[in-house]
Design a protein around this ligand. Sequence first.
Ligand SMILES: *[C@@H]1O[C@H](CO)[C@@H](O)[C@H](O)[C@H]1NC(C)=O
Ligand SMILES: *[C@@H]1O[C@H](CO)[C@@H](O)[C@H](O)[C@H]1NC(C)=O
Length: 617
Amino acid sequence: MKSSILFLFGVFLSYGTSCPDVCECTAEGRVRCSGNFTNVPSFMPLHTYYVELKKTRIQNLTDRSLLNLPLVLRLSITQNPLQVIHPEAFYPVPQLLSLKLSFNKISNLSSQVFSNLASLEQLYIDNNKLDSLKPEWFDTLTNLTQLDASRNFLTHLDRNIFEKLTKLWFLNLGKNFLSKLPDGVFSSLINLEHLLVYENQLEILSSETFKSQTKLRVLKLFKNRISCIPPQLFWPLSNLEILSISSNKLHYFPEETFYSLPHITTLNLFKNPLVFLPDQLIGHMPKLKEFILYSTNLITVPNNLFYNMSGLEKLSLNYNPKLHHLPKDIFCCLPKLRRLSLQRNDLEFLDPDLFVNLSNLSTLIIHSNKLHQLSNNIFHSLTKLSEVQLHGNHFKNLPSSVLSSVVALRNVSLKDNPWNCNCRILDLAGWISHHRTLVQDYEHVSCYIPSYLLEKTVGSMNSILLQCEVTENPPIKISSTTSSTSPSVQTSSHSFQVEGDQLTDIVIISIWKTTSATPQMSSSMDLVHQSTTEDSLSYSPSYTFYDTVILEAEPDIVHNSRLNRLVFLWTLPTSGTYSKFLISLQILLITMGAALIVAGVCVFQYVQSFTEKFNHV
Ligand SMILES: *[C@@H]1O[C@H](CO)[C@@H](O)[C@H](O)[C@H]1NC(C)=O
Ligand SMILES: *[C@@H]1O[C@H](CO)[C@@H](O)[C@H](O)[C@H]1NC(C)=O
């Protein structure tokens, strides 16, 4: 009684143009309401065609809730604790075109609840607690074009559930618990363009599943448990643009799975435990601009995997922890490729011609692999390459020509490699220090070997610091007396050709100045750099560099002298005016020394026997 009086009162009031307190009403007839009310506000302007009830406390819709909205076309009741909808709640609004009930708590709807909504085009019942869709709901919804039932608790679908929905072009069943799609469940959806069944528990797809979806443009099947797909499953989908079957349990794809999909712009296959790919997999896909394949168990890929992706601009073949080998011509036919990501694979080796055809490449990311070498010309033809990420590999050295050949280089990263700071790195160190603005991680490109240079930047290495001399390896024997009274030091030529290993047997020898030797700078002589830059060791001008030289392995006789703050190191030539004289002198000295020792011993023995005799007496 009370409510009917209220109702009459409401009808009376609503003839005005007043807007309920909790709502905002526009002159054209849009009404938005939210707040702590529990019933649909009754006093809306009569010409209201759009109603949005959001974040209210409405828990149920009764058969009268919508009574005074005779013109409403779009009704949205979202983010409420709405649980119960009277079977006849929508009877007063048969003209509805859109009904949005998303983000409520609906778990149960009567079979007839939509039975008078023959005009309905959009039905959104996503984000509720439905555990099934009732076939009766859709009996009259023959004009439905969009249906969203995602994020519910659906576990199964009736085989005929969508039978009448021939106009449907959008269907979202994502984020439910469907383990199976019944045979032919989509067979009457001939106008379907978007089919979303992602994040369910699908395991198997029958070969007929998408048979009638010739207009389909978007198919999302990601995050299911699909472990195998029938051959030619996608072949009817000749208009498909987006196909995502990532994050499933696929170990392989049948041959030619992605043939006859000429309109594809997005193809997501990543995050599947793929162990191998067949030789014939990808058909002609000229519109594909980006392809991502990561998180697989692939060890290698067929050399023609990308043959048909001729329009590709970005390719990410990364985060495949077992990907060890890339075929030589894998990137043969990607003339438009601008960005190539190969990071975090298991690559140890790259073919010298791997990138040779990527004439448009501007970014190359190969960090975090196990590369220990790059061939001199590997980037040679990449005239547009401006960014190269090489950090986190196993490089101990790199020929500087690898980098200097990159004419457009603007950014390179080199840190986290076990750089071996021996004389062979001078080439690279020189390049780095001259191009330090290009080396983004300059401060962190540091020596790993030898241990006493640990954490020193590679860019600061120079031949003084590394005690480098470039000799053609002749072991030279010289002897020398000159003015010195100390015995001569005899050593043999030291070689810096030790490949990438730790410095061993560090010998510290002392060297004296030879005044006689003229500092001729033969080609075998290494002119040591002036030690003026701050990075090179702190040789203060007064530092007596003459006395100690640190050499690896077998030490050589090294002479040095200083001229205008330059330090020269050189070795004595094997043949020379004095060498024979010096050698004979040394032999003479040694013989004399030996003779003296023998004589000393004799004298000692003689004295000893004499004293014994004397004691006897
Ligand atoms: C919920 O569904 C059951 C049948 O499954 C039915 O008996 C019950 O009346 C329904 N409740 C509501 C509120 O519609
Ligand atoms: C490329 O596509 C064409 C046509 O779809 C197909 O015949 C050919 O075998 C494909 N090539 C590869 C390497 O898959």
